[in-house]
Design a protein around this ligand. Structure first.
Ligand code: MLT
Ligand code: ZN
Length: 461
């Protein structure tokens, strides 16, 4: 440790694990965006709340910046350390601390993977219902920092709905015990909800008490083939009116082709322009019949041209892979991601305009659309061609994002539905939030983190 600031950190917290190994700096300095060259000062792995507080106090004393870090599966640059920050990895704080059968809550440390949380809930005969493709790698602390959504929001809501209590170390190093898992608590501002979705700019989540619920009823999984984009919301309306949906996810032929090229299995003989993976309650014969009736009604109307129904858990997983595998299948093109949302009711009008805009604006680039259509959330992935340089690609993507932001503003939407603002969407925050809101957000940041040591430069400057 040659840097005097790191010497001081080591002196004050001798047991804290620290590294300046180039491999660690490279690995912990980046997230799944792969756009910024990692350049952290060092990586620290605290093992306790006290060590997190110690690191935050050190950062205040030394004028150092911290990047709280979980699984770094984020797609907006929120966990990137490219400017000499200390990465505060919560990887070692990854245990289940307790289960309460009466409250039906699970208390965990922030570094635990989402999948481990789901498995711990299952072991108690319950479920933690937030779910998405990165479940094995992302951490619950990161889920909380971005208010992560995923594939079951249509039924269960976002991460926010499932946080009963939070322990937070503020930017001043104070420990807050927020809401203490109370079901009812009408005692003023609910600071827990300010921390959720704050992208690590108000505090470091050091413990979370998660709500659990009954296991999901047995479900049926369907892959639907659609002839045109225009019918998508009609099929959704029909399915939602007739069934208890657990998921309703959309993808295009391009997305499917990328997954198939990566080993996914297309159950159809012909290719179709649009697809939906739908999952609905099928606990008894009546619910199963309702599913088939919904399918037939849409088929008769010409809105569905083919369908595949999973006959086993393995087949359901194969169908899900066609949707969940897209992120990994297109990762080598380092896609520029737009993660946008509008109210579900505004979706048809927004989609029509967005499709026209993107068709005109990106003539050279391959655009892969998919998303949580039932939540009004669309992922627009622009793939970088091998022969287009980074700067040129980013310049063109920024131009189109500007146009998209204008469209979202007109439709009352958001430039980030579930990935966060981070570095990628920072220039467009004002398309979603008013100047008054942004001023209040900045003010809150100063209250929680007076010296701005937590994740500086993310969300806003
Ligand atoms: C998804 O819905 O699969 C995730 O948000 C990841 C992504 O957008 O690539
Ligand atoms: Zn998503």
């Amino acid at each position: 440790m040659t840097d005097p600031r790191l010497e001081a950190l080591h002196q004050s917290l001798p047991a804290l694990r620290l590294s300046r190994e180039p491999g660690d700096l490279e690995h912990y300095g980046r997230d799944w965006t792969r756009r910024w060259a990692p350049a952290p000062l060092a990586v620290a792995w605290p093992a306790s709340i006290e060590e997190v507080q110690g690191v935050v106090r050190w950062a205040n004393a030394q004028g150092a910046a911290l990047v709280p870090s979980g699984g770094r599966t984020g797609l907006s640059g929120g966990a990137v350390a490219a400017g000499g920050e200390l990465v505060l990895s919560l990887e070692r704080m990854n245990r289940v601390l307790g289960f309460d059968a009466v409250d039906r809550t699970l208390t965990v440390q922030p570094g635990i993977a989402l999948q481990a949380v789901q498995e711990a809930a299952q072991a108690h005969g319950l479920q933690y219902p937030v779910d998405f493709g990165a479940r094995g790698s992302c951490s619950i602390g990161g889920n909380i920092a971005t208010n992560a959504g995923g594939i079951r929001v249509i039924r269960y809501g976002n991460t926010r709905e499932w946080i009963a209590g939070l322990k937070l170390v503020t930017g001043a190093g104070e420990l807050l015990d927020l809401n203490r898992a109370l079901v009812k608590n009408s005692s003023g501002y609910d600071l827990r909800h300010l921390a959720i979705g704050a992208e690590g700019t108000l505090g470091v989540v050091v413990e979370a008490t998660l709500k659990l619920t009954d296991p999901a009823p047995p479900a049926q999984t369907l892959l639907l083939a659609l002839p045109s984009f225009e019918v998508l919301m009609r099929v959704f309306a029909e399915f939602r009116a007739r069934l208890r949906l657990q998921a309703f996810e959309f993808l295009t032929d391009r997305g499917l082709a990328h997954v198939v090229a990566h080993g996914g299995t297309d159950p159809f003989d012909a290719r179709h322009p649009y697809y939906v993976v739908a999952e609905y309650d099928a606990a008894d014969a009546a619910q199963e019949a309702a599913g088939l009736a919904a399918f037939e009604a849409c088929a008769e109307a010409g809105w569905i041209v083919d369908g595949a129904i999973a006959q086993s858990q393995a087949q359901a997983q194969q169908l899900w892979r066609l949707r969940e595998g897209i992120t990994e299948a297109v990762a080598r093109y380092r896609p520029y991601k737009n993660d946008v949302s509008v109210r579900v009711a505004a979706m048809p009008a927004f989609l029509a305009e967005a499709q026209a805009l993107l068709g005109e604006a990106y003539p050279r680039f391959e655009v892969v659309w998919f998303g949580h259509i039932g939540d009004g959330n669309l992922h627009i992935n622009v793939l970088q061609p091998d022969d287009v340089a980074d700067a040129d690609f980013m310049r063109q993507c920024a131009h189109v994002t500007e146009l998209l932001a204008g469209l979202l503003k007109r439709h009352g939407g958001s430039i980030s539905a579930e990935h966060g603002i981070g570095l990628v969407k920072k220039p467009y925050l004002d398309s979603t939030r008013s100047p008054q809101e942004i001023a209040l957000m900045r003010g809150l940041r100063r209250v929680f983190d007076p010296n701005g040591v937590l994740n500086p430069g993310k969300l806003f400057d």
